[in-house]
Design a protein around this ligand. Sequence first.
Ligand SMILES: [Zn+2]
Length: 136
Amino acid sequence: MRRNNFEKDFEEFVVVKESPIHGKGIFADAEIPAGELVMVIRGEVITGTECERREEEDNNVYIFWNGRYYIDTVNTEKIKYINHDCNPNCEVQDRDRETLNLVSKRTIFQGEEITMDYGYDEIYEDCQCLTCNGNN
Ligand SMILES: [Zn+2]
């Protein structure tokens, strides 16, 4: 299995604040260079059926998919607040069966909101991200 071996992550520099995109977001509290492990995405590993149930019955929108398992991050402090951007500064990479890596695609400056591409079709239909709104 392919595996990234980042020596450290930047999670201690990731803070939750009110976001101009939507609700709360996560922000860099220090400059994060490109190609670094921002943080490890961990959560409760669930089946696809349970994922569907939680999305429909609990309106749970915090479930990541690693291509094989579903990772519910609803009980996490930071990663569940990551907002979508069509031109994000981070991407999600495989790690192992229960976790994912959030990796910086470019330099993220102190105070900048950390974003990823949610990657599901509905998000692009009426996207309110900073890139689509032209505010950035
Ligand atoms: Zn957008």
